[in-house]
Design a protein around this ligand. Sequence first.
Ligand code: G1P
Length: 292
Amino acid sequence: MKQVTKAILPVAGLGTRFLPATKAIPKEMLPIIDKPLLQYAVEEAIDIGVKEIIFITSHAKKAIKKHFLQNKDLEESLLRHGKGEYIQSINPEKFKDIKFTFVDQNEQKGLGHAISLAEKCLTEEDEAIAILLPDDLFIADGKSCLQTLADLYNETSSSVIAINEVADEKLPNYGVIDATKISDSTYEIHEIIEKPTIEEAPSNLAVCGRYILTSAIFSSLKKILPGSGGELQLTDAIRDLLNSEKVIASSYKGAKFDCGSKQGYVEATISLALANKDINKDILKSIQALIS
Ligand code: G1P
């Protein structure tokens, strides 16, 4: 079995929930403290050994491309102004041997459609691919969410999906699984439904934006029809995959923020500020003053 070396990050959404901030800046480029939201997911992928990041983009392309490719002019200007210490932050060592690929999604036909566009970037060598939905920000104490999936994939050769438990009223926002528990933190999936009603939901176990899927997912993506919201859903392709392969769910227990919502975005900012040694004491004082 080959190591997972490619990751797909869909970033073509219009970011309507964050307008007007997202009129000129892609939602994924909004900062959490001093780093764009998207960079957290990119680093999570690189940390498991991914060598190629495939962005599925549209209007977002320009700023994202600019951010991840080297900017020699800015580096020279920083050096000229005696600010060379910032170069590492705009051109991290981590990105050195990483290939950043940009695939256009010109029509908004759903997550399944976005992922299917990455097929042309795969070779026969790629037995599985990582998918990260950058709106979901995971802050793990130890192993990252994607690393846990990668370890399980290396152990089982099966597709693995991250899930977490959500309250009933939140189920209609997610893909929800029906599954049998196989260990403390893993399940074998029998059924998966995109954005069910509370009554339809087979459990409280919801898919949260990290997947490692075998490349058979691309055949399944070709078979699906528009589903929830009239869009081509990745969830429906995973349901098709279940007819031919085992798919495992891994329960994620660390902190997770849905930065696609204003509440999640602000919570992530506060949480990372309180974890940042340079600013946490002052931030805590400010928060205490605000609520007292
Ligand atoms: C997508 C997936 C859904 C998953 C969710 C996780 O939905 O379609 O299955 O549970 O991400 O954040 P979206 O948030 O794009 O509506």
